[in-house]
Ligand binder design. Structure first.
Ligand code: LMR
Length: 392
């Protein structure tokens, strides 16, 4: 059996976790996988999470199964956080294994609905998007996310793709803090996106992984809510792993939005069937932590304050790096005004490799930089190293 299996190359992003851990250089800097790090390179557990965990340890009376939807209180609380006033009878949610698990269930629903069905991705995009949708057997088509002339969101490319798409095709839209470019649509573009999807009877799949890392929790949800207000049906994949710092605990939810309660129930039943044959029921801890925080006013405030501090630090780093890089290349000054954890540098694979071998700076293979891990006091050194590897 094993002889018949094809060799696999390790995931190029995740393999950097091990490579960085094995690197012995004292001044090494990990700007690759999307985790928040403090000035010492640590990813501390948030205080709100610690306190919620303590309450769970003290109060949890059983570890018996909760059922295929996981933690119902979590699913409702996270739906309120993401959808705001649009939560309620229009939305049904279930807990998933992280944001990737939610995307996987969404992909499974699209495939189960029959086809031929295509999902449209704006590229560049997160390196795991194509594998998730390909694994579900969906056809994948792409269009440009960034307008090369302006460096901003390429609305025209979206509109051209929407014109070519067939009714029932899905469009993956990153809700905020676009991974890897940091380039988000502005409010007017979101309106146009929502109206176009509705007119062409296309299905939005909103990937919401970085809420709170852009302008603020409410602000970062506005684009998603604008689209949801326009369309009759949508899927939302939520990750709690960045905004609650839960990473390895894999907190996430799939939210199905529609106006027909019976059809929504069928959608949820299909999602449960897909989950059952895969992981059966989601692991509890991360979702229980999020629910415990969101159910308690004081813990919610503590979490919001911690998230705001992370966001302000990230934005200060953005501004500093954008200003520093603009001195050499004015186009890179745009980094200062972009959103979320990431920016994408115009550097090739050999230059990425030299950043690592010569300067012990690890970034993603496509030139993506995780700004949430770059301390302010290392911005200059990073810019100098970058200047060195791109000069030749
Ligand atoms: C990232 O993009 O770095 C993170 O979302 C980690 C991952 O799963 O790829």
């Amino acid at each position: 059996l094993f002889d018949c299996l094809a060799a696999q190359t390790p995931d190029p992003l995740l393999s950097l976790i091990g490579e960085f851990a094995r690197d012995g250089r004292a001044d090494k800097l990990d700007l690759s996988v999307g985790v928040y790090r403090d000035d010492e390179g640590r990813t501390p557990v948030m205080q709100a999470v610690k306190q919620a965990e303590q309450r769970l340890v003290d109060g949890q009376a059983s570890k018996s199964y909760l059922g295929p939807d996981g933690d119902r209180g979590f699913a409702e609380a996270i739906t309120d956080l993401v959808l705001g006033a649009q939560a309620g009878s229009r939305a049904r949610a279930m807990q998933t294994v992280g944001g990737t698990g939610a995307l996987g269930l969404a992909a499974g629903l699209l495939a189960a609905a029959g086809g031929p069905r295509t999902i449209w991705l704006a590229t560049p995009t997160w390196s795991n998007h194509v594998p998730v949708f390909a694994a579900a057997g969906l056809a994948i088509r792409t269009y440009a996310h960034v307008d090369p002339a302006t460096g901003g969101f390429a609305l025209d490319a979206f509109l051209a793709a929407a014109e070519q798409a067939q009714p029932g095709d899905a469009f993956l839209l990153q809700a905020c803090g676009h991974n890897p470019t940091g380039v988000d649509p502005d409010p007017e573009a979101w309106e146009t996106i929502g109206r176009t999807l509705a007119r062409k009877r296309l299905i939005p799949l909103l990937d919401d992984a970085y809420q709170g890392f852009g302008e603020g929790l409410e602000e970062d949800a506005q684009g998603l809510r604008t689209v949801l207000a326009e369309v009759p049906e949508a899927l939302v994949a939520v990750s709690c792993n960045k905004s609650f710092g839960l990473y390895r605990d894999r907190g996430g939810a799939l939210v199905c939005c529609g106006h027909d309660a019976a059809a929504l129930e069928v959608a949820m039943a299909n999602a449960r069937t897909i989950a059952r044959s895969s992981y059966s029921m989601p692991p509890d801890h991360g979702a229980a932590v999020v629910r415990t925080i969101l159910e308690d006013r004081a813990l919610t405030q503590l979490w919001r304050d911690e998230l705001a501090r992370m966001r302000h630090r990230l934005r200060a780093t953005r501004r500093a790096l954008g200003a520093r890089l603009a001195a050499n290349d004015p186009r890179l000054g745009a980094i200062a005004g972009q959103h979320g954890m990431f920016c994408l540098l115009p550097i090739d694979a050999a230059q990425v490799a030299r950043l690592r071998s010569q300067f012990a700076i690890f970034i993603a293979p496509d030139g993506r930089v995780n700004l949430a891990a770059l301390p302010l006091h290392r911005v200059d050194a990073f810019a100098e190293a970058l200047g060195d590897v791109t000069a030749r």
